[in-house]
Structure formats: C-alpha cells, structure tokens
Design a protein around this ligand. Structure first.
Ligand code: NAD
Length: 252
C-alpha cells in the first residue's frame, strides 16, 4: 500500500482552507491544520480522523511560528508532501485610504507568509518531490477597483508562484496556484450580503454565482496530486469564467 502523504494547509480554520483540509483528509492524506485561532482549527479537526490530523496554531507571518509548524509536522508525520499556502487577509480601499499598517499587514500575511513556509518546508518538500499550491486570486491577475493593496499582495503571490516553479522544478517540486473569484467565505461576506454589490459581481461572472469553497478545494487537490504531475508554474483561475472577459461591459 502507498505511504500516506502529508499536507500542511494554512488558514485551515475557515473558508477555502477548511474545505481544503476536509478534502485532503477525505482523499486519505495526513492533514496539518494551521491558522492563528486554535479553537477554529480544533472545531474542524474534530470531524477528521485523529491518527491523520494535527493542529498547529501560529501566524504565517511569524518565522518562529512557521519553524514550529514545520518541526511539529515532521515530528508527527515524518515528511511534507504538499504545502497549501492559503492563509490570507483582504482590506478594501483606494490609494490614500489605507494606513501603512493595513498595507503592510496584507504584505506580511499574504506574501511574506508564503516566503516563510516555503523557506522552512523546502528541505522536506525536496526530499518528498512534493508540491506547493498557493491561493492567489483573480485579484492577483489584474486590478480591482478599491482593492489596490490586496491586488499588490496577490499579484506578488502569482509571480512568486511562477518564479518558484522555475527554480524548484529541477528538484521535482512543482509550484502552482489557484486564482478564485468571489467565493462563499467570511472574507467575501461584505460583498455577498450587499444585494447591489452581489448583483454587480454576478453581472461579471458568466456562471452568475459565487464559488463554493469546496469548488476551490477540489482544484487545489488536483494541483497537488499525481494527475497534475507535469503541471508547474500555473495560476489556474477558478472563477466561473470571469477572466475569459476582455473587460467590456456585460449588457445582458
Ligand atoms: P477566510 O477569512 O475564511 O480564511 C482565511 C483564513 O486565513 C482564516 O481562517 C484566517 O484565520 C487565516 N489567517 C489569516 N491570517 C493568518 C495568519 N497570519 N496566519 C495563519 N492564518 C491566518 O477567507 P477565505 O476566502 O477562505 O480565504 C482563503 C484564501 O483565499 C485567502 O488567501 C484569500 O485571499 C483567498 N481568496 C478568497 C476569495 C473569496 O472571495 N473568499 C477570492 C479569492 C481568493
């Protein structure tokens, strides 16, 4: 029987990360759930098998917390086959609206967080010839109105994914990303609960709805698995067709 593989999912206490942790677990992986709030992680973990689940709380923007996460993972499961860099935060605002602290927080968590986890997990990922899947966003493929700070951070995630894929391919480590559009999680509550905003979103999405977190998780699982064994450096939109548009208005 093939050895059980191990994945770390950051931001696993809610939304896309929670769905991803549940998906990998259902697929038979050992799953390490990371996030800042232990209670949220434990609430997810209680549904998963004890012998294949580990909770390690910590902040991805803190290099010491991340070292601890990697050490705990290798102590418990002995390997890291996949790293899902999903933790993220978003702050709306036009240029001039955001404080330096708000801007810096997005860069620290969304971008430096990935730097930290990759740095710490790389020896194990190379040994396992594993893979990295980052949660970018359609906001990392182009600009949004009133989201320049988030766009800056997710643009960095997308290009970091491509550049890491170039450097790590020779070690057998693949690096890819998903680029979701509006997904039904806490992060998008402000948009989804405002009827006017939701109508505007639906107008731009050919499938006329937000994504379910499970629909992002299944693509992350695909990118991590053997069916994507020669997929490297791809930022895969999971967006109901949003980025198929050239940006012209939808008169429908
Ligand atoms: P969410 O708020 O439910 O999940 C984000 C998770 O990250 C939370 O559980 C949070 O506690 C965790 N987190 C935040 N800062 C952290 C830190 N410093 N260290 C560890 N964990 C931290 O929202 P979500 O939509 O599931 O977001 C997941 C990812 O998807 C994010 O990277 C987000 O930018 C991206 N994304 C979301 C949408 C959307 O519409 N929801 C669209 C595109 C991309």
């Amino acid at each position: 029987m093939a050895e059980t593989k191990t994945v770390i999912v950051t931001g696993a206490g809610s939304g896309i990360g929670e769905a991803t942790a549940r998906r990998f677990s259902a697929d038979g992986w050992n799953v390490v759930l990371n996030g800042r709030t232990r209670d949220k992680l434990e609430a997810v973990a209680k549904d998963l098998p004890d012998d294949r689940t580990l909770v390690v709380d910590g902040d991805v923007s803190n290099a010491n917390d991340v070292s601890h996460l990697i050490a705990q993972t290798t102590d418990r499961f002995g390997a890291i086959d996949c790293l899902v860099n999903n933790a993220g935060v978003a702050q709306m605002g036009e240029p001039g609206d955001l404080t330096l602290e708000q801007f810096q927080m997005m860069m620290d968590i969304n971008v430096t967080g990935i730097f930290n986890t990759v740095n710490a997990a790389l020896p194990q990922l190379k040994t396992a010839k594993g893979s990295i899947v980052n949660t970018s966003s359609v906001s990392g493929l182009g600009g949004d109105w009133q989201m320049f700070g988030y766009n800056t951070s997710k643009g960095a995630v997308s290009n970091m994914t491509r550049a890491m894929a170039l450097d790590l391919g020779k070690h057998g480590v693949r690096v890819n990303a998903v680029a979701p559009s509006v997904t039904r999680t806490q992060m998008s509550e402000g948009i989804r609960e405002d009827e006017d905003k939701l109508a505007k979103v639906k107008n731009r999405i050919p499938m006329k709805r937000a994504a379910e977190p499970e629909e992002i998780a299944s693509v992350i699982a695909f990118l991590a698995g053997p069916d994507a064994g020669f997929v490297n450096g791809v930022i895969l939109p999971v967006d109901g067709g949003l980025t198929a548009s050239n940006g012209q208005p939808n008169f429908d």
